[in-house]
Design a protein around this ligand. Structure first.
Ligand SMILES: Cc1cc2nc3c(=O)[nH]c(=O)nc-3n(C[C@H](O)[C@H](O)[C@H](O)COP(=O)(O)OP(=O)(O)OC[C@H]3O[C@@H](n4cnc5c(N)ncnc54)[C@H](O)[C@@H]3O)c2cc1C
Length: 499
């Protein structure tokens, strides 16, 4: 129905600010419905966080490790429409990740029954009953929607009833656990390896809900990876946008909004001025509020949640990329290896898990492969990185990278003389690339004290401005980026119908 309404209306000019996944999704759907769309992106490439670049002959891929909803989900249609699976295969790992704990390990096996057997075999007697509950909790999230059809504020009572009927066990578990932190959930287990395994996935203060949700997605076969790089996925989307007549402007940063009568009259980049009928803000909502929209246009509720980083955890990362020599007879596979090194610190955070991921599917220009190491970083870490003078910043990056290399070699000794450091990214570098708050790439992860309502703010106080980006939800990642882009598109159709 929406498509018919749009076709018979004038060709409205829409300006999408930000060429990350959320902006690209909104743009593609708008173009398909016949709108005139211009994307303005500050970087030299589209994709935002979802990107791959070359350094010292190695491909540095910042994004796709797990694609939640890749097999069959509410997102399948969007993934297909955008071209995520063009020239591409879904890779089903035999296990999700391997967790090391001293001389023991847990393989998070794809087969749920084998996973249960493995954990049970490691568990102390007093944890057996609690484990049964843990398995039941994971199962409950099999019935939890990755996205809804409409944004929450646009749902009516029938939509809610429908949602509840289809996903009763998942929603019940969500309500029960949203205020239980990883730390609290893990503490129920006395078996050290199980307790630490639960802590290894996300920061301690985050709610247990995303952890249970991610595990259940994996066991359902719905959180695998793909055979091409992040950049290749973006190229597929870009091709579709250009074929539909979309305009892409790169290397221009929007620096000013001209607003009159509660409407945007024009926006200014560092080079030009642009006028549209409607504007979709697909740059980080946090940046929009801090730098582009004057206080009188701020929504108090947004301010209270977006920047309240103690209650709404913005997750960033310290990333070290290594090249693994082609001659190395790799025993590594693509799954993550995770463990919690004792006494390891990375800036303000202590006792963090370290994750290693090897890319067997991506062959570098010199035939080597890339291995990335990821350590979670929080907003305090970002502030610390940001406060450092250049010398100290560079020195600290190298010093932590060296410590990580030592950890890696103690875990996999035969890597010695086979690895070469190629790139180090900090929350500060991630911020500088996309302007996301604190270099955060997962938006506000829900915590037990989260006070955020997803998509509540799809309409801004400005009549012709619509918000998009991962900051619209409290889960983040590619599913949120795509969903927020789709909801921005739907919100625009809704506005047009009303205006
Ligand atoms: C290390 C890492 C690992 C990840 N792993 C996964 C994973 O395995 N699975 C998963 O689902 N997700 C993962 N993600 C997260 C995922 O990449 C992001 O959540 C998603 O891509 C964000 O999309 P977005 O469009 O909301 O934001 P962004 O990608 O931040 O896009 C915003 C765009 O706006 C542009 N912009 C900002 N300011 C301006 C301005 N003033 N003018 C013009 N343009 C502007 C930015 O340059 C950027 O291109 C990962 C991210 C990282 C960094």
């Amino acid at each position: 129905m929406y498509h018919i309404i749009v076709v018979i209306m004038d060709k409205k000019k829409i300006i999408v600010i930000g060429g990350g996944l959320s902006g690209l999704t909104a743009s593609y759907l708008l173009l398909k419905s016949g709108f005139d769309v211009t994307i303005i992106e500050k970087n030299a490439n589209l994709g935002g966080f979802c990107t791959t670049y070359l350094k010292n002959d190695a491909y540095i891929d910042t994004c796709i490790h797990y694609l939640v909803g890749c097999k069959k989900s509410e997102l399948t249609s969007l993934y297909n429409q955008l071209g995520f699976f063009d020239n591409n295969e879904i890779i089903h790992f035999p296990y999700f990740y391997r967790f090391h704990y001293f001389d023991k390990k847990i393989d998070i096996l794809r087969d749920f029954n084998s996973f249960k057997d493995e954990i049970n075999s490691l568990s102390l007697k007093e944890d057996k009953l609690k484990l049964k509950k843990f398995f039941k909790d994971i199962k409950a999230f099999y019935h939890f929607p990755i996205k809804t059809d409409k944004a929450m504020p646009r749902m009516n009572i029938l939509d809610y009833i429908n949602l509840l009927l289809k996903n009763f066990s998942g929603i019940k578990a969500y309500m029960k656990y949203k205020k239980v932190s990883i730390d609290e959930y893990a503490s129920r287990f006395k078996t050290p390896i199980i307790n630490n395994f639960i802590r290894s996935m996300m920061p301690n203060e985050v709610s247990i809900v995303p952890f249970l949700g991610l595990l259940s997605s994996f066991f359902k076969g719905n959180a695998d990876t793909i055979s091409v790089s992040s950049k290749e996925v973006i190229e597929n989307i870009k091709k579709r946008i250009l074929n539909l007549g979309g305009k892409i402007i790169l290397n221009e940063e929007i620096i000013k909004f001209n607003i009159a009568d509660n409407k945007i009259a024009s926006i200014k980049s560092n080079k030009n001025e642009y006028k549209g009928d409607y504007y979709i803000s697909a740059l980080p909502l946090t940046y929009l509020y801090s730098n582009l929209l004057k206080k009188e246009y701020h929504d108090e509720e947004i301010i209270q949640t977006l920047f309240d980083y103690k209650n709404n955890t913005p997750l960033s990362a310290f990333l070290v990329y290594y090249k693994i020599k082609p001659s190395y007879n790799s025993q590594l596979s693509d799954y993550f290896i995770k463990y919690i090194p004792e006494g390891f610190t990375c800036i303000t955070s202590t006792n963090k898990s370290i994750g290693f991921k090897y890319y067997s599917n991506i062959i570098n220009k010199d035939n080597s492969h890339t291995l990335v190491c990821i350590i979670d970083q929080n907003y305090d870490d970002y502030l610390k990185w940001k406060s450092m003078k250049e010398d100290e910043y560079n020195k600290t990056k190298i010093e932590i990278s060296n410590r990580i290399e030592k950890e890696l070699l103690s875990l996999i000794p035969d890597l010695k003389n086979n690895i070469e450091l190629v790139e180090v990214l900090t929350p500060k570098s991630l911020y500088e690339y996309t302007y996301n708050f604190g270099g955060c790439y997962m938006a506000n992860l829900m915590s037990k004290t989260t006070n955020k309502n997803d998509y509540k703010y799809s309409s801004s106080k400005i009549k012709n401005l619509i918000y998009s980006s991962i900051w619209m939800t409290n889960l983040g990642g590619i599913p949120s980026a795509l969903t927020s882009g789709e909801f921005a598109y739907k919100e625009l159709l809704y506005k047009l119908k009303k205006d």
